[in-house]
Structures are given as C-alpha cells and as structure tokens.
Design a protein around this ligand. Structure first.
Ligand code: TYD
Length: 205
C-alpha cells in the first residue's frame, strides 16, 4: 500500500510519519519511509540543486522538471519494487505537491502539469493521501521562532493560501483517496487519527 503525506510547511507531517512507521512495524508490517524531493542518491543530488540558495536563476520550468526527475528515480528505484512485494510505502510529499505548489501556488497550467507528473510517476498513484491541514498563519508562525509573521511579505502569505486551497480542491476531486487531518490538534491526537485512518484503509485493501 502506497501512502503519501501532504500539507504546508509547519504542519507537523515530518514528525508524524516516523511515529506511524514505528507503529506499523510494531504491528508486524514491512514499512519503507521516504521523502521528496530526494530519497535516492540521484534524487538527493537533485534536492541539493533545488534547495541551494545560490540557484536564484532557476526558471520555474526547470524547477518543475527537477522535481519530476527526482520523483521518477524514486518511483522506479525505491517505491515500485516495494509495492510489488506488498510492503507499505510512506512518502513525505509526492505528485500532489507539484500540483499544489507549482500549479495552484505559482499558477502553472494544471493540465500541462498533470501530463508531466504522470510521465514522471509512470502513472503510479497513492492508495491513500493524508492532508495535514492547518491555517496558513499558524503553519508559518510555527516555523518562525518568535512567531512573528508580520515580516512575511504579502506574496508569501497569499502563495501559501493558494497552496492550501489547491490541496482542498485536489482532495474534493478525489475524496476516496484523500483524508484531511486537522493538524492544529495536539501531536498525540494527530497521530491517533493518522493510525486510525491508515488501519481503516488497510483493512479495505
Ligand atoms: P522540504 O525541506 O522537504 O519541506 P517540507 O518539510 O515542508 O516537506 O522542502 C520541500 C519544499 O519543496 C516544500 O516547500 C514544498 C516544495 N515542493 C514543491 O514545490 N513541489 C514539489 O513537487 C515537491 C515535492 C516539493
């Protein structure tokens, strides 16, 4: 079973995933945990290029293609072989991040993006996608030590609002795949909901 985790910065997904992994391993499942961009030796090199501060000249189309190159490698090298062995794969961000950030956030044509994303994934879709949802201001302030979001320019806030709205639109279009999780709850409660949702899905598969 292939499970992906989506949400804005500061939504806590990156701390929740290892806890879910521990729980599932304890329950006897074979679980592989990975993340995007990266997750392979080649993907990690691409991640460095994507995140390096010096690469300010990167064109949005180059950025989109680099995300897809990392994803294609991850799917072929790590995800597909494990799914073929009926293992559980947990992935911190996947194709929906491109649609939410580059599509809804930056306004790149969604139909074109879907074509590129499908090419990268070879059509592999998650069985379940958990959206860690929370107010944009809360997410951003969690990330900032002093909690002062006034210094953020309006573009940043608007961008993150579009990303969040995009995630909601994606979830509404495929409700059988998505589960929206209230990420403002205390972390233990979030983890309890995550486990419940995953086990419910697993028992259906
Ligand atoms: P990362 O440090 O992994 O952030 P996070 O902990 O929030 O996952 O950086 C990944 C950043 O890249 C994040 O801001 C989301 C963005 N992103 C895209 O814009 N498009 C994509 O396709 C992916 C996978 C990530």
């Amino acid at each position: 079973m292939f499970i992906t985790f989506e949400g804005p910065e500061g939504s806590g997904k990156t701390t929740q995933i290892p806890q879910l992994q521990d729980y599932l391993v304890e329950a006897g499942y074979t679980v592989f945990c990975t993340r995007e961009p990266g997750g392979t030796a080649i993907g990690d090199q691409i991640r460095e290029v994507l995140l390096a501060n010096k690469n300010t000249a990167m064109h949005p189309r180059s950025e989109i293609l680099l995300f897809q190159a990392s994803r294609a490698q991850l799917v072929e090298q790590e995800i597909l072989p494990r799914l073929q062995r009926h293992e559980i794969v947990l992935c911190d961000r996947y194709a929906d991040s491109t649609l939410a950030y580059q599509g809804y956030g930056h306004g790149v044509d969604l139909a074109q993006l879907r074509g590129i994303v499908d090419f990268a994934t070879g059509g592999l879709k998650p069985d379940l996608t958990l959206l860690f949802d929370l107010d944009v201001e809360i997410g951003l302030s969690r990330r900032q030590k002093d909690g002062d979001i006034n210094r953020l320019d309006a573009f940043a806030l608007d961008f993150h609002r579009r990303v969040r709205a995009g995630y909601h639109a994606l979830a509404a279009a495929e409700p059988q795949r998505w589960q929206i999780i209230d990420a403002t709850q205390p972390p233990e409660q979030v983890q309890a909901v995550v486990r419940e949702v995953v086990l419910a899905k697993y028992s259906l598969n």
